[in-house]
Design a protein around this ligand. Sequence first.
Ligand SMILES: [Zn+2]
Length: 333
Amino acid sequence: MKKISFLILLTVLILFPLSDSIQANEPLTDEQRNQIRKELFQKMQAATNIPWYYFAAIDQYERNLRFVRKDLPKPQMEISIHFSEEKWAGILNPNKQDTNPMTIAFFNGFGSDGNGDGKADRTNNEDILAAMANHILKFGTEDEHIRMALWNYYRRDKAVGIIIGNTKIYKQYQTLNLNEKSFPLPLQHDYSYKNTWGDARGWGGRRIHEGTDIFADYGVPVRSTCYGIIEMKGWNRYGGWRIGIRDINNTYHYFAHLSGFAKDLKVGQVVEPGMLIGGVGSTGYGPPGTSGKFPPHLHFGMYKDNGSTEWSFDPFPHLKQWERQEKLKNRNK
Ligand SMILES: [Zn+2]
């Protein structure tokens, strides 16, 4: 059954690959796609009073899930919020491809008509946004109402937390173009690192090394690598003083063994690439305050969330890329 609906969806996507706002044969840049997205979100805000950055945050959360999950179709349109056929038409609706808003409403489906053509089309950007908007409007348009609507929809605290985090970032910067990254240490300092992801680590039982160690002098500034939210800050017996930042692509950036934290840094705070968050240190491998059991270095890790679990991946190629990009940028200044 699942396979069949997936095949039908594939057919739908092949027959109607993109919304009417897209001209065929013209691949869009990320910035152009983001521009189209933002206009769609703002249009929906004007119609519903739900702030545009909520649509942006939900859409971004779902797009990231679709890139990492095999059971969801890869994003094809500007808007990536995914409704299964059953969800769209209503579970008891005998017509799984129903596009009639009246019968869909009768069967309690999410499907909605957002562009006013009389059809609830699961492959139309505006109809998809309208479906999410109509769900939210059942709860209200205040922040706490929307939070309840999100919890009711996703049933997972972490999903709600990530989406609320995204809203804070979009609200602050008023743009969807937030993919810029920074190398965690200022490039003018001496540092060295090599690829040791997956190596065995002895302390505290058998573990693998889930990151890259960047060796530098004690106290060298450590900076945020991305636009994101401080999700965690504190002590851990392995990582010492450490910070976790979740970026706009739902990737978790982890900084450990810090000498200390930047002043006034708070959990829930929005950060941007290059912003000071702490210093290189050698804390960890014991109770709070333990330091000096190994040479000072920044342990940098990256983790991906797929909506139910989180796993470590190798940050080394990313560090290399950010370092290269930053060198290039500095040269062109
Ligand atoms: Zn390490």
